[in-house]
Design a protein around this ligand. Sequence first.
Ligand SMILES: [Zn+2]
Length: 209
Amino acid sequence: MDGAVMRSSGVEQGRIGRISVEPHPEGAVAVYLIESANGRDAMLIQGLLDELSDYVDKVQLSRGRLVSYAVQATNGDTAVLDEIERVLKENYPFVVIQRTFDSVIYKIVKELCAETGSRLMSLQHCDICGKPEPFPDTVITLNDESGNKLASRCYCRTCTASTMARTNKDYVISLLSADRRSFGMLRHSELVRSRSKARRLCYKVKAER
Ligand SMILES: [Zn+2]
């Protein structure tokens, strides 16, 4: 991991030269908790999810005795979540499934990890409300003038939905101002829409003089 990113807790706002915004489509989410007997089980479960990567995004929550994943159906079809459930239940004696991700199920994962000596993986949290969020609604990346990444900020759907913004630009500024690390100073900068890739919106930051 590069040092600049690790030290990014104090991003100097003056260094932010480019901002890119990536909205993620909404999709049904399921959480799967499986007691695995050994490493082979863990590999089989990962293999199953990898095979379905055209249809789902996955975030591993824990490894070891307790293998757990949050999985999002990416093409609007929830049948794939049913299918994963069916395969897991057929093959493993202890499977817990919740068809949504929330802090309650995440707490259960944490507790079971502690009880079984399993390893909790790091999970991103919303940078506004702080709640654990495997599939953020919007990710904003802050880069310097030459395109080096300074920080990546993610926001949950509840927080993005409560943002009052009339334009995309307002939306970006509102989220960054509400961010726990408060990038509100960007309010005084001019954002200029620049070339965008795929689903991304990109802006150049012109600091006010
Ligand atoms: Zn939030």
